[in-house]
Design a protein around this ligand. Structure first.
Ligand code: DOR
Ligand code: ZN
Length: 343
């Protein structure tokens, strides 16, 4: 099979940034995905419905002519978020509320310092059925960076999922066997998104022939056994797992720095990289449900009616892409991806 036609996919976890950066990256996503759940970690973070909706307008305004793409907006959760704001978010069609542990990642400083402090907000979200999207890593410096997802699940996520038994929860960008096992064993309404990098690379990729800043993201790549567990989940056909690229562009100068930013840009091959990984695992037939059905079903949105056709033919990835006043280094820069989008 050299071509594959699937229902147009949704990217259930995406960073689009703002201004010139947004203008530089949006077309890559809009070419492939019908919708994307867009993260709210801008500067300043999107902590109000008004700010989120205004951002949605800027995204729409930056779309290339003729593009068929709908941003699904999210709200940035803080310990000060009010019930009123959450109810307004639900009424405005905001699809989820993102929990960033303060200090866990890019632009997370306004995030949550103590998970128990947001229990009142979770109570409201449960009552109005507004999903919680979780960056699942502890920030405790005493916890090894490779263990931070597993420890977050044990210390914070398991208690939340038990206490708020009807709250819908997405554990974003899972990277570990513990993450997979937790979601598999959890009640209905608990799901996980999976990135292309965590399907296709292990932590060795951070040090391949030298330090590789463009393979650095958070949660950081893990051991091979974890990659295998995440891949098995993605190709399992289980509706709890769905596509979320976590494509997170940073200018080259912020990646090549003494304190390089976390984030991998993958939107330029946002479906092709998954096709490659699924094919390598002998599971191409499972791609459509993972990419185009499971996310929509979780978010209770209609499945997309259009289609996207991919062809198995190697495509070269540029060394860099324009990015405002700098450039961006995409995943696989200078290399190849085994699939292309043809229609
Ligand atoms: O690698 C990451 N980059 N992980 C995140 O959680 C945030 C993201 C970003 O916004 O750059
Ligand atoms: Zn992210």
């Amino acid at each position: 099979m050299d071509t594959l036609t699937i229902a147009r996919p949704d990217d259930c976890h995406l960073h689009l940034r703002d201004g010139p950066a947004l203008a530089a990256v949006l077309a890559d996503t809009a070419r492939r995905f019908a919708r994307a759940v867009v993260m709210p970690n801008l500067r300043p973070p999107l902590t109000t419905v008004a700010a989120a909706l205004a951002y949605g307008e800027r995204i729409r305004a930056a779309l290339p002519a003729g593009a068929d793409f709908t941003p699904l907006l999210t709200l940035y959760l803080t310990e000060a978020t009010t019930g009123e704001e959450l109810r307004a978010a639900k009424a405005a069609g905001i699809v989820g509320v993102k929990l960033y542990p303060a200090g866990a990642t890019t632009h997370s400083d306004a995030g949550v310092r103590r998970v128990e402090a947001i229990y009142p907000q979770l109570e409201v979200m449960q009552a109005i059925d507004l999903p919680l999207l979780v960056h699942g890593e502890v920030t405790d410096p005493a916890v090894d960076v490779f263990d931070r997802e597993a420890v977050f699940i044990e210390r914070h996520l398991a208690p939340v999922v038990e206490r708020f038994a009807l709250l819908r929860v997405v554990l974003e960008h899972i990277t570990t066997r513990e993450g997979v096992d937790f979601v598999l064993g959890a009640r209905a309404g608990v799901a996980a998104s999976i990135t292309p990098q965590h399907l296709s690379m292990n932590r060795g990729a951070l040090f391949e022939g030298g330090l590789r800043p463009h393979h650095y993201c958070l949660p950081v790549l893990k051991r091979e056994e974890h990659r295998e567990a995440v891949l098995a989940a993605a190709i399992s056909g289980d509706a709890k797992f769905f596509l979320g690229t976590d494509s997170a562009p940073h200018p080259l100068r912020d990646k090549h720095s003494a304190c390089g930013c976390a984030g991998i840009y993958s939107a330029h091959a946002g479906i092709e990289l998954y096709a490659e990984a699924f094919e390598a695992a002998g599971a191409l037939a499972k791609l459509e449900a993972f990419a185009s059905h499971h996310g929509a079903d979780f978010y209770r949105l209609p499945r997309n009616t259009g289609t996207l056709t991919l062809r198995r033919a190697p495509a070269r990835v540029p060394d860099s892409l324009p990015f405002g006043d700098d450039v961006l280094v995409p995943l696989r820069a200078g290399g190849q991806v085994a699939w292309q989008v043809v229609d």
